[in-house]
Design a protein around this ligand. Structure first.
Ligand code: FE
Length: 198
């Protein structure tokens, strides 16, 4: 399956599942199987959604459910780029498409500071990990490569660019509310097929 068809099939499968029910454990299990299929091939992501920025990691919206029940985003990490420590407030499934990233989970201590919770996870292409307030929602993600672009595809149980969530100060643990938005104004056109391709 080529180009946007692979993404469209993913979006349709998730849309049908959220229509049937939105129980988190089911969405994580079903979403992971769909994500595995989506990222087993690296040829479908439109070039404009794979573009890095020299300074900022990019969050290109691939699809947002009109009822804000889920969203799909390509995260593009330039060499050495990383997020602050942050949370999500909804479940999320992260699938590695290209390159590699390091996810370090954090937990809050009684004095309010943040502490690394366990070893960092290194995600290689085809690998998947999940976050949610129930299973662990606070982490920092970094490009594992200092000299190449890495890309992961994220599925969230809400419109992630629109949700108010938090970043946490490395030293003090102080939290600051933020809304991430998206880096792009354009999303891939999943719905138009030229007559010749029908
Ligand atoms: Fe995250």
């Amino acid at each position: 399956m080529k180009g946007p068809d692979r993404l469209r099939e993913f979006v349709c499968a998730i849309a049908q599942r959220v229509e049937a029910g939105r129980e988190e454990a089911d969405m994580l299990a079903f979403g992971k199987s769909c994500m595995a299929k989506l990222i087993e091939d690296d040829g479908w992501l439109p070039a404009e959604c794979a573009k890095p920025h020299p300074v900022y990691y990019q969050q290109h919206l691939l699809y947002a459910d009109p009822l804000d029940r889920f969203s799909v985003v390509s995260f593009v990490w330039g060499p050495g780029q990383r997020t602050p420590i942050h949370n999500h407030t909804v479940w999320g499934i992260i699938g590695m498409l290209r390159g590699a990233e390091i996810a370090q989970p954090f937990e809050r201590m009684v004095d309010g500071t943040m502490r690394a919770a366990g070893e960092p996870h290194v995600l290689q292409p085809g690998e998947i990990e999940c976050v949610s307030p129930r299973i662990g929602d606070i982490h920092r993600v970094s490009n594992a490569h200092a000299d190449q672009v890495s890309i992961s595809i994220h599925l969230y149980g809400g419109n992630i660019g629109k949700l108010t969530r938090c970043v946490f100060d490395d030293q003090t643990g102080e939290e600051k509310a933020f809304v991430s938005g998206y880096s792009n104004a354009m999303t891939p056109n999943l719905w138009f097929k030229p007559a010749s391709a029908a």
